[in-house]
Design a protein around this ligand. Structure first.
Ligand code: NAP
Length: 307
């Protein structure tokens, strides 16, 4: 029996494990893919308090190391659902079951797709959702980044280091992401801003060869030749498997209170997977702490044996 079962090994989940372990609770983090979460795709994190600059992968590996040294258990398994047995919640995976006194959902979000022709077919053949992972394959080539948030801006900045030319394509004239990065980008010589434009089609036979763009102000279409397109148009939640046990909002985010408690007592939601105004590394970490302390309280009230 675990005191706290954490689903998702990103910043929120790993922070929850740190707080749970430090409170003397037995915790397990179950992650379906790679531990670290979204931030591992950020080449540089410059807005985490107390750390002027760190790579996303270094940040998350340090956090995982911290949680494991405190005794958190980790499992790589795909969760298929949660069974509510009153004061015990059973996390079901493809391989086994984990009975827990409390559960923290920290499933994060997944990449939004553009939904344009050839996007799915050419994923991995020039279409990428992670500049940090795939950018180096495009050394000396021309590429495009799509999006106007901090991820797109960071991706564009990162790719400028490798690529001959980077087109930054955004559907509006103003960026949603950090102004300081926009300022740095404006000083680069190998970037071209293509604003008020959307991708109409990705062109290519075996691999990406170019993009057809639609310019919203003129109503015209144009084509650019690129070997890669990095899509950074935000994220969507992946909470469908929990819809029968906790309430979701109309966009699929988990509804949770100030203490991260969901509509099901004993199940908490932390980080980007829950309804909230600001989705940042800091707020994911904050949620992890809040959810873990609330879960500790709940587990204690429902029969936990602290170590
Ligand atoms: P985001 O802030 O939601 O931005 C998504 C961008 O994609 C927006 O500019 C949006 O345009 C555009 N977009 C959405 N759907 C589109 C479509 N169908 N076609 C074309 N464009 C589309 O997402 P994000 O940049 O991934 O950032 C997510 C969160 O993580 C944010 O809170 C961000 O601040 C945070 N973040 C933090 C760091 C860090 O270093 N700490 C790094 C990266 C991200 P509109 O602007 O017109 O809506």
């Amino acid at each position: 029996m675990y005191d706290i079962g954490i689903i998702g090994g990103g910043t929120a989940g790993m922070t929850a494990a740190v707080y749970g372990q430090r409170a003397g609770k037995r915790t397990v983090i179950i992650e379906g893919g790679t531990f670290g979460g979204q931030i591992t795709s950020s080449p540089k994190v410059e807005n985490y308090p107390g750390i002027a600059s760190v790579s996303g992968s270094e940040f998350s590996m340090n956090l995982l190391d911290q949680a494991m040294k405190l005794g958190a258990e980790t499992e790589t398994e795909r969760v298929t659902g949660i069974r509510d047995e009153g004061t015990v919640k059973v996390i079901e995976t493809t391989g086994r079951e984990y009975p827990c006194r409390s559960v923290i959902l920290a499933t994060g979000v997944t990449h939004r797709h553009l939904g344009v022709p050839n996007e799915e077919r050419l994923t991995g053949a020039g279409v990428s959702y992670c500049a940090t992972c795939d950018g180096a394959f495009f050394r000396g080539r021309d590429v495009a980044v799509v999006g106007g948030g901090s991820t797109a801006l960071q991706d564009a900045e990162f790719l400028c280091n490798y690529c001959r030319k980077v087109y930054l394509i955004h559907r509006r004239d103003e960026f949603r992401g950090e102004e300081s990065i926009v300022k740095r980008l404006r000083e680069k010589e190998n970037i071209e801003f293509v604003l008020s434009a959307v991708v109409k089609e990705i062109v290519g036979d075996m691999a990406v060869e170019g993009l057809v763009l639609h310019h919203k102000k003129t109503g015209e279409d144009s084509r650019i030749d690129v070997a890669g397109v990095f899509i950074a148009v935000g994220q969507i939640p992946q909470n469908e498997i929990f819809a029968d046990i906790v309430k979701l909002d109309e966009s699929g985010f988990i509804l949770a209170a100030e203490d991260c408690m969901t509509s099901c007592p004993g199940i908490f939601a932390a980080g980007d997977c829950r309804t909230k105004e600001v989705r940042q590394l800091t707020t994911a970490a904050a949620d992890g702490a809040v959810a873990a302390l609330a879960a500790c309280r709940y587990a204690a009230e429902n029969g936990s044996q602290s170590k």
